[in-house]
Design a protein around this ligand. Structure first.
Ligand SMILES: *Cc1c(COP(=O)(O)O)cnc(C)c1O
Length: 414
């Protein structure tokens, strides 16, 4: 293997066709930001869009902005923009609520869809056994309400699938390890046993081509504040395959999903289409921030984003092999087809190491119990960042500076 050199990284950065995308972000000097998979960086233009939303749309135009500024349609309009990044058809994505809440709606709606099909009633929901905990809590609670059993299994464990399964809730990328599952193959396996596929694509949307429509995915949820850079607490989004939308029976209907929202009727009648998954009034300031943020993807093909992401993760793994072999374990798969856009490293002292790294201006995060998680957001992380970050990590560990007591005090957010 060639030694991993900063100069080579700089040269490769200069030749990268996506290098200009970094200028679409406001990034502080002196910081290497490797946590875009937790909170994406601030895109240029968002602050101005929010300022306009507050001062003009809210301050001056007041309630008229629901019409004049297109507030009412924003969940579907922004949904279409996200659809183009996740391989979905227009009209199949709606922006609303949080991932947790959208997941609840889709788990219940998915089980109801399954029950509406001919054949014996299916009694099992399969859930990813390493899923982000909120997904598990939501699935358990939905199952309790619906009288279903929960079976925990990895997405690639075909032995978990049989004709009892109504629905499986799987994560496209494992948030801890960075493992990327074969979404089309797993979806096919689910369909072969007559089950519906509900994918959580929080850690792939905006970094990995997903192809929701081409893979025949039934239902999906995703985050907007990770690789989509929508800002802290940006509303999440939900996908329903067009053919299933007519059968969607949401457990959280609201006046925003009523056929005649201003008819003010006591009886609920759902609107047609993906808007059926709306509930109440959306957080407009966050919606507007998200819409402005998505401009960072204008003219960008997600396949090119993926290519760059794979180059960055490969470079990071090479650099770790060079500077930190036998010191940390590379948890993320070395096979490019099997990894998302992060590199996870295992070390028993991961927590203080991450804190020491942050003090040096390299911002990654820690995931219990022992993972150093470095997210490589392909729009704004460079190869130079990758090499400098691994060098800093080698210094932090080699010098044992992470052993200073201040790095071991646990913060609320890790
Ligand atoms: C980030 C993430 C969430 C976050 O859920 P919120 O309701 O937005 O807090 C849920 N699931 C997965 C897999 C995630 O990665």
């Amino acid at each position: 293997m060639q030694p991993v050199m900063l100069a080579d990284a700089a040269q490769a950065d200069d030749l990268d066709p996506l290098r200009h995308l970094r200028e679409r972000f406001v990034l502080p000097d002196g910081v290497i930001y490797l946590d875009g998979n937790s909170l994406g960086a601030l895109p240029v233009g968002v602050a101005e869009a929010v300022d306009d939303a507050v001062r003009r749309q809210w301050g001056t135009d007041l309630v008229r902005s629901w019409t004049s500024a297109g507030w009412w349609e924003a969940p579907l309009r922004i949904g279409d923009r996200i659809a183009s990044l996740v391989g979905a058809h227009p009209g199949s994505v709606v922006v609303s609520d949080s991932t947790s809440v959208d997941l609840f709606k889709l788990v219940v709606a998915g089980v109801r869809l399954s029950r509406a099909r001919p054949g014996p009633r299916r009694t099992v929901i399969v859930v990813d056994d390493a899923t982000f905990p909120t997904d598990r809590y939501i699935v358990d609670e939905a199952a309790r309400l619906l009288g279903m059993q929960v079976r925990a299994a990895a997405p690639d464990d075909a032995s978990s699938l049989d004709d009892q399964v109504a629905l499986a809730v799987f994560c496209h990328v494992d948030f801890r390890t960075g493992v990327l599952y074969d979404l089309p193959a797993v979806t096919r396996a689910l369909h072969e046993v007559g089950a519906l596929a509900l994918w959580d694509v929080c850690h792939s949307a905006g970094a990995v081509p997903i192809g929701l429509a081409s893979a025949g995915v039934d239902l999906a949820v995703g985050c907007s504040y990770k690789y989509l850079n929508g800002g802290p607490g940006a509303p999440a989004w939900a996908y329903v395959a067009p053919a299933l939308q007519g059968g969607i029976d949401s457990p959280l209907p609201g006046w925003n999903s009523h056929r005649e929202p201003f008819g003010m009727q006591q009886v609920f009648a759902p609107v047609d289409g993906i808007g059926r998954l709306r509930t109440g009034t959306p957080p407009m300031l966050s919606m507007i921030a998200l819409e402005a943020a998505l401009a960072a993807f204008d003219g960008v093909r997600i396949e090119d984003v993926r290519r760059r992401s794979l180059e960055l993760t490969a470079l990071m793994i090479d650099a770790v092999d060079e500077y930190l072999a036998d010191v940390v374990e590379v948890v993320t798969p070395r096979d490019p087809a099997g990894r998302g856009s992060q590199v996870s490293l295992r070390h028993p002292e991961a927590y203080p190491i991450v804190q020491a790294l942050i003090e040096r201006g390299v911002v990654g995060d820690f995931r219990a119990p022992d993972i150093i998680r470095l997210g490589l957001a392909p729009l704004y992380v460079s190869r130079q960042d990758v090499v400098l970050a691994v060098q800093a990590l080698a210094t932090v560990i080699g010098s044992e500076e992470f052993r200073a007591p201040r790095f071991s005090a646990r913060a609320t957010v890790t």
